[in-house]
Design a protein around this ligand. Sequence first.
Ligand SMILES: Nc1ncnc2c1ncn2[C@@H]1O[C@H](COP(=O)(O)OP(=O)(O)OP(=O)(O)O)[C@@H](O)[C@H]1O
Ligand SMILES: [Mg+2]
Length: 240
Amino acid sequence: MPLLETREVAKEYHVGDHIVHALRGVSLGIDAGEFVTIVGPSGSGKSTFMHILGCLDRPTRGQYLMNGRDVSTLPPDELARVRNEMLGFVFQGFNLLARTSALENVELPLLYTRRGVVKGSERRRKAMAALEAVGLTDRADHHPNQLSGGQQQRVAIARALVADPSVLLADEPTGNLDTATSHEVMEIFARLRRERGLTIVVITHERDIAAYGSRTIDFRDGRVTSDVHHDQALAEPSLR
Ligand SMILES: Nc1ncnc2c1ncn2[C@@H]1O[C@H](COP(=O)(O)OP(=O)(O)OP(=O)(O)O)[C@@H](O)[C@H]1O
Ligand SMILES: [Mg+2]
């Protein structure tokens, strides 16, 4: 059974008196431990698809199953619970709190957990472990404006990891980074998949960034136009 599965998912937006067909029937299964990269032109439905995978939005038609359970019809609070327990998000713009240290930014998701209050000392321990996973323990006390773009994105990845999700979803995580830093960030995703078996989905505009995936899916006009599983050897460009 796939970890994540969409069945004929369609998403429509009503804008004024016309309808935007953002997704026109997408059926995809993503297995645990896959590293999926999503490419496609602007407006092709990539972010819309990721919002559905991330339980941030619901399909207009079709089903979305996580671990075989249809979550497309769950009420908002149930959907939020699934999101908090299973998913971590990384965005293009890092979305860190400016007046807050790297460590405190990473601790933040633990303040809102539904599994009860996480003690302060426990929060700090987990946040430090997450910062260690992205190689940033020496920057724990720095504020975002004292960090490079790549370091800020690594803090954001640590924040996405801290509640121990099974899936990381990243919408153009390298969109604001230079080429070398983009590759560093993708190496971190590849390592997290290798070492922890995390399931990772990354949207990107760049083919060489997409090459880090074990599988690359092309979107065009709300549909999947290609879905390619790469050889293991190809999954990590550094090994080529
Ligand atoms: N909230 C919304 N209301 C109305 N239309 C929307 C909304 N969100 C997205 N759309 C439309 O749905 C289509 C798909 O948008 P989406 O953001 O998924 O594209 P994308 O592939 O992520 O593009 P980009 O590469 O530019 O980020 C576009 O035509 C977009 O204008
Ligand atoms: Mg987008």
